[in-house]
Design a protein around this ligand. Structure first.
Ligand SMILES: NC(=O)c1ccc[n+]([C@@H]2O[C@H](COP(=O)([O-])OP(=O)(O)OC[C@H]3O[C@@H](n4cnc5c(N)ncnc54)[C@H](O)[C@@H]3O)[C@@H](O)[C@H]2O)c1
Length: 349
């Protein structure tokens, strides 16, 4: 089996906690080099995962001929510069979400990848959850009918931290919405196959002192007329987080708790009604048929994310998460910020 030789750019946060451990389980990965602005971090990660080289500058990884792909997990404000440099060095790229600070910057990354003939996939890992894969199939099979309403909620506790890049708009692009809500927006697009047409939002900083939103509520009008509600918060304790995802259609509903996570966990309830139902003034629920997802294979989302991108490189096939889909998510996020600033409904073009 061919193995892709990887370099990691920014290896101290999510890379060390989740993605590199997931990579280590992939069948087509050889981790060669790691880089972090903090060389101590890079050296520690090199030792931990038995990589060959550790650097404190990304140019050193890009100069290594043997490296075929890079995983970029640096703070968002470095994504544009590093991804464009990687494309020019002819490295395939797995880039963490959000693609960049702005849609405009993301388009420049896309252009560089096309011009240099490299593949790029974006780190929307929740698509790889076994339950989400199954839910996508169930929706596509028409089992819950036409989607009329969706809702997703993703929260954590993220207090004021001196010097944190996520808490400065110029370095992160925004707060809870672009950091957490974008996962839900991406997942709703992916699962439903629908696209957002129009957005209205409230984004505010209620609890903390930083300049980015700690609370965001977005309502999206989808291209089939359905509505979707996405709320994201940095000010709800982790212990109180429920992470609900709800999808309602003309024949049934899908509700998950805890599947919006960094592991393949959570519960799913699927209720479908008999096709031949007529109006029931008593609104009884007798005809409801539950569908169980028991037996759905679950694994490690990060392993699948890296392995499937590696397969796309090896077989020259489509990447699992296209940059076009991620740029569309980012257009929705930008529209949501604009909506709140201008107190207007914003159309997505
Ligand atoms: N998909 C997911 O599950 C997930 C989860 C968390 C974060 N993320 C994304 O991953 C990226 C990184 O987030 P994080 O939470 O790991 O951040 P972090 O701040 O925890 O870690 C970032 C690391 O990058 C290093 N760094 C700083 N400047 C750098 C530079 N110029 N080049 C390379 N490395 C540099 C830091 O030293 C640190 O070790 C962001 O895009 C974020 O949105 C994704």
């Amino acid at each position: 089996m061919k193995k892709i030789k990887w370099g990691v750019i920014g290896c101290g946060g999510i890379a060390d906690r989740r993605t590199i451990p997931g990579m280590m389980l992939a069948n087509n990965v050889e981790l060669v080099s790691v880089m972090d602005a903090n060389l101590e971090v890079a050296n520690a990660v090199k030792e931990k995962y038995n990589a060959q080289y550790a650097f404190d500058n990304y140019e050193a990884i890009l100069a290594q001929d043997e490296i075929e792909a890079v995983y970029i997990a640096s703070p968002v404000f470095f994504h544009k510069e590093q991804a464009i440099a990687a494309a020019k060095a002819k490295k395939h790229i797995l880039l963490e979400k959000p693609v960049a600070l702005t849609v405009e910057d993301a388009e420049e990354i896309k252009k560089a990848c096309i011009e240099n003939g490299v593949k790029i996939s974006i780190g929307f890992l929740m698509r790889f959850h076994g339950y989400h894969q199954r839910i996508k199939e169930i929706i596509a099979e028409g089992k819950i009918g036409d989607i009329v309403s969706m809702r997703g909620q993703f929260t954590c506790w993220y207090p004021d931290i001196e010097g944190a890049w996520r808490q400065k708009k110029a370095l992160s692009g925004g707060g809870a919405l672009v950091d957490m809500g974008i996962h839900v927006i991406d997942l709703l697009h992916y699962l439903s196959g629908l696209k957002t047409k129009e957005v209205v939002a409230f984004n505010q900083t209620q609890t903390f002192n930083y300049e980015v939103d700690d609370s965001s509520a977005v309502i999206m009008k989808m291209d089939n007329g359905a509505t979707a509600f996405v709320d994201s918060n940095f000010n709800i304790p982790d212990a109180a987080s429920v992470a609900k995802l709800e999808i309602y259609g003309t024949k049934g509903s899908i509700v998950t708790s805890g599947t919006l996570a960094q592991a393949e966990v959570g519960d799913v309830t699927i209720l479908m009604s008999d096709d031949s139902l007529e109006y029931d003034a008593n609104q009884e629920r007798n005809e409801i048929v539950p569908l169980s997802l028991e037996g759905t294979p679950l694994g490690n989302m990060y392993t699948k994310e890296v392995e499937q991108f590696g397969d796309a490189i090896i077989n020259d096939t489509e990447v699992p998460v296209t940059i076009d889909s991620a740029i569309f998510d980012q257009k929705v996020v930008e529209a949501a910020y604009k909506s709140c600033e201008t107190k207007a409904f914003i159309e997505i073009k």
